[in-house]
Design a protein. Structure first.
Length: 284
């Protein structure tokens, strides 16, 4: 944060910090509750996953209920990145304990955690920051993000290295361009046009699938799987997306096709929850 902004900074009320934490959990729950979602866990099916279902996700969310409040407080305190990272590592351990070692929310712990901390930090100088402003604020941790160690044996990192694509760290360090340029505009436009929340979120999810080099898709389907998934999402949007009268039938058929190929756009799902959080926090 610049010296000018530091001079203008004011304490962030604890009530605001707590609301940001609750909103993060609510956003993850909104993503879980959404259906249909191609290849992803919903309250009605496990999608392309054999090791998790909605109950697994709910146990994980309960374990994470304090994490987002704590990382929001770290952002409000202008704490060093090391403190944010420590909260994230503790949260990942809590998630794995709650799920018996199953990774339900590792991506959300990282991405949504950073955005929650950034939303709190922005409130030191702006009581109602835009979602795009919060995304850009994450760039303040870019050097620390690039220096932080990664697990080279994680499925996402193996897929990223094999296919030479940007991972979550690079996405964050760049200020989440896919959220600023694609997801937030799609979500805003859908809601402004009168689409119900469920339809607007499904439309935004498919926008993310079409635009993101989702390492979860790369891990499960390789370059061909990612290319196929992105093409299917683009075709759904070209048909009108959730604005089309038959959008739900189209998306249900697409969900079956994703499951048949064992594809799951988990990175896109994480960023959908981030999109909803970013939009909702504007009205706090």
């Amino acid at each position: 944060m610049s010296a000018v902004l530091q001079a203008k900074a004011v304490p962030v009320p604890r009530a605001v910090v707590a609301r940001l934490g609750r909103l993060a959990i609510a956003s993850l729950h909104a993503e879980l509750a959404l259906a249909p979602k191609p290849g992803l866990v919903t309250p009605f099916d496990a999608g392309s996953h054999a090791d998790m279902d909605a109950a697994t996700f709910l146990r994980s969310l309960f374990a994470l209920r304090h994490y987002y409040r704590d990382i929001a407080q770290a952002g409000a305190d202008a704490a060093p990145f090391a403190r944010l990272r420590a909260h994230g590592m503790d949260a990942e351990a809590a998630m794995l304990r709650a799920t018996g070692g199953i990774n339900t929310h590792r991506g959300a712990i990282f991405n949504l955690g950073l955005l929650v901390a950034a939303a709190a930090a922005c409130r030191r100088v702006d009581a109602a920051p835009r979602g795009e402003q919060v995304c850009l604020a994450v760039q303040g941790w870019a050097d620390a993000l690039q220096a932080a160690p990664l697990d080279p044996d994680s499925p996402g990192q193996r897929a990223r290295a094999r296919h030479g694509v940007a991972g979550v760290r690079e996405l964050a360090a760049a200020g989440y361009p896919v959220l600023r340029t694609h997801a937030l505009p799609a979500l805003r436009d859908a809601l402004a046009a009168g689409l119900p929340r469920e339809a607007a979120l499904c439309h935004t999810l498919m926008t993310l699938v079409a635009e993101l080099e989702d390492v979860n898709l790369l891990h499960r389907g390789g370059a061909d799987g990612l290319r196929w998934a992105r093409a299917q999402a683009a075709a759904f949007l070209a048909h009108g997306g959730a604005f089309a009268p038959d959008w739900r039938v189209h998306l249900q058929r697409l969900s079956a096709a994703f499951v048949a190929r064992r594809l799951s756009p988990g990175g896109s799902a994480d960023l959908l929850a981030c999109s909803w959080f970013l939009l909702r926090q504007e009205a706090m």
